[in-house]
Design a protein around this ligand. Structure first.
Ligand code: ZN
Ligand code: FE
Ligand code: FE
Ligand code: ZN
Length: 265
């Protein structure tokens, strides 16, 4: 099974290309399934350069479902990437259950008010102790998992994006996060977008993948494409990583039910 579950659309204000071009790119790459997971509107603020507006959400869902009807050679999935923001979590559940998503990504891009993965505000890292930031980030990510609102953990070690590495071994942070992922019966993604940023490696790093595999936690794949040419980019390398760690299956989703499929890249 070849798939890419993490595609954005121009609705988010920082991606380019027509949605149809993303699906065409997926077909060209020989994928069996392709899933859109654009940023869910933020519930604690409005920023058209980060997410679509709440008024645009029904149109997004309709556009994905129309592509599902239009394309017969590939299965088009309806996903979403939802931010975990502690003060807005009560509104998140009802919003997510008002649409027939195939899967919901849970993502942490905010530490307080700081969008730590935004290149514009990357200088903020210099004001922090990196080990403390890792501790904080993984703690917030653990809280996100604990809500039970999500199916897939997005880009698990995103905090490393600008090549900010911890001095301490992050293994214990990974382990306690993954304990919660297992309790909530979630999976995580290998996200190849990290290869295109200063850190120049996939999210999450190999050590995380090894621990997750040893704990029996399923995995899926996402490119985090914000333009059609990045659909399924570097997926051969991602599949090689998974196989070398021992994974033989990839998680697929339908109506928020996880279905394992052979990893055959
Ligand atoms: Zn984005
Ligand atoms: Fe994200
Ligand atoms: Fe994304
Ligand atoms: Zn993302």
């Amino acid at each position: 099974m070849k798939l890419d579950y993490h595609l954005h659309t121009s609705l988010c204000g920082h991606a380019t290309g027509d949605m149809r071009d993303y699906v065409e790119a997926a077909l060209d790459k020989g994928l069996d399934q392709v899933g859109f997971s654009d940023h869910l509107p933020l519930l604690h603020m409005v920023d058209p350069s980060l997410t679509m507006s709440i008024e645009q959400l029904p149109g997004y869902v309709e556009a994905v479902l129309a592509l599902r009807e239009e394309f017969t050679g590939i299965e088009v999935k309806l996903g979403i990437e939802a931010d975990y923001v502690p003060e807005a979590v009560a509104e998140l559940g009802p919003l997510l259950s008002s649409y027939d998503f195939d899967y919901v990504y849970g993502a942490v891009h905010f530490l307080g008010d700081w969008v730590f993965d935004d290149p514009e505000s990357a200088s903020e890292y210099d004001k922090h102790d990196i080990d403390e930031l890792y501790r904080q980030y993984f703690s917030v990510l653990g809280d996100a998992v604990q809500t039970g609102l999500f199916d897939i953990l997005a880009h698990p070690d995103l905090i490393k994006k600008f090549d900010k590495r911890p001095g301490k071994d992050p293994g214990p942070l990974y382990e306690s996060l993954l304990e919660r992922v297992r309790e909530k019966d979630m999976c995580y993604e290998i996200n190849t977008a990290g290869l295109r940023w200063p850190v120049a490696e996939m999210y999450p790093e190999r050590k995380f993948v090894e621990i997750a595999h040893s704990m029996g936690i399923p995995v899926t794949l996402g490119s985090d494409a914000h333009s059609p040419e990045n659909v399924a980019r570097d997926f051969e390398e991602a599949a090689r990583l998974l196989i070398s760690v021992g994974y033989r299956e990839i998680a697929t989703f339908e109506g928020r039910e996880r279905v394992p499929a052979p990893l055959d890249w």
